[in-house]
Design a protein around this ligand. Sequence first.
Ligand SMILES: [Zn+2]
Length: 236
Amino acid sequence: MGTNRNAGPSGKGPERGISRRSLLIGGGAAVVGGGALAAEQIRRVWWRVPGVDKPREPGELDYAGARWIAASEANWRRADRPGDYDVDRVIIHVTQGSYASAVKVFQDPAHQAATHYIVGQDGGVTQMIRELDVAYHAGNRSFNERSVGIEHEGFVDRPQDFTTAMYESSARLTASICARYGIPVDREHIIGHVEVPGTDHTDPGPHWDWKRYMKLVRAASTGPSAGPSATSPGPS
Ligand SMILES: [Zn+2]
């Protein structure tokens, strides 16, 4: 999330207020506004057909080190990633507030935004939305659909908020996400909210130490491109 300078009802909240009428219209002519939302809603209904949904357990986690607190269902959209959308980005955010305030707003249906994870200054990881689902955090629909969002407790203008515990814990989380979806560990695929096309957000800001963070992510990576011990079994 971070500094949304124009936070308001007309802000980044997507998929809101879908009327029965727009649902009925739906379909191919839908190009803009409500029409596109209706098409999305229909797709969502489709995923609810028995046999299409993946089984889910309440409180189930995607990252073993996390604890679960559910975000309001208004702040995300049910999906079946990576079956319906490829996941190829991790997006780094800064909360512009405390951990507690971030949890609170993500539980608030009026907020219309939330990330999958929050990492606290103590390194604690909280998951609030399943990675299967599309969280509203990037302010860009396709980037929401293709990404996992991670909030970090702090303020963009307070470098001391970005603690060693936070960097290390977040790096392990990002490395896990990258390994599970085959996402390359580089700055093209691990990006700041500020780098999302069309965003007016500035997080994680100039004090986020990308060099340090990427080094930690690489060190925590267990993916095929990460290990120095990768030996070819075939003839050389
Ligand atoms: Zn953000």
